[in-house]
Ligand binder design. Structure first.
Ligand SMILES: [Zn+2]
Length: 165
């Protein structure tokens, strides 16, 4: 199986339009989804209106994937809010000490988000990994990515999965 080096800038068939929209190929790099940690090295060609490469997370068609995404987004929103307000905590706590409790509450909320994400990720834990042509994973070839492509169909729960591979 031919593996393409996505870091190399040389003329590769997929750049030279040797492929068609919707074709896919395998890369030397292995992409790790930031949501569910599922690994894949399948690269899909297409994109609209341009031409580009996309990575579709094999976990994207499951409801738990949305759940992780929503929770992570909320976690990031709260973290950004806390960061933006933290310079004012001391001053505000002078006026009302409850402000410190509020900050503590937000920290606890962050932990709760994190635990939820961890538990949901455990359901994925490699069961959907789709890495072909690579016998041994080289940590230096791992690339984290945030999935952009949306699965359009009706999502099902991982618990409902029965093909069992
Ligand atoms: Zn994923």
């Amino acid at each position: 199986m031919k593996l393409y080096d996505m870091d190399a800038m040389d003329a590769q068939e997929w750049r030279e339009r040797g492929f068609r929209r919707g074709d896919s190929f395998r890369s030397k790099q292995v992409y790790v989804c930031q949501m569910c940690r599922t690994k894949t090295n399948e690269i899909l060609l297409g994109g609209y209106p341009g031409w580009g490469v996309q990575i579709v997370c094999p976990g994207n068609s499951f409801t738990e994937h949305d759940e992780i995404e929503k929770t992570l987004r909320r976690q990031e929103e709260v973290a950004a809010e806390v960061e933006q307000l933290s310079p004012y905590v001391d001053e505000a706590a002078h006026r009302d000490p409850a402000v410190r409790e509020l900050m503590r509450h937000w920290e606890a909320e962050q932990l709760l988000f994190q635990v939820k994400i961890d538990v949901l990720r455990m359901k994925f834990a490699g069961v959907l990994d789709d890495v072909a042509g690579i016998a041994e994973l080289d940590p230096a070839m791992l690339r984290e990515y945030r999935p952009g492509m949306r699965f359009g169909g009706k999502k099902k729960s991982l618990d409902m999965r029965q093909d069992g591979h």
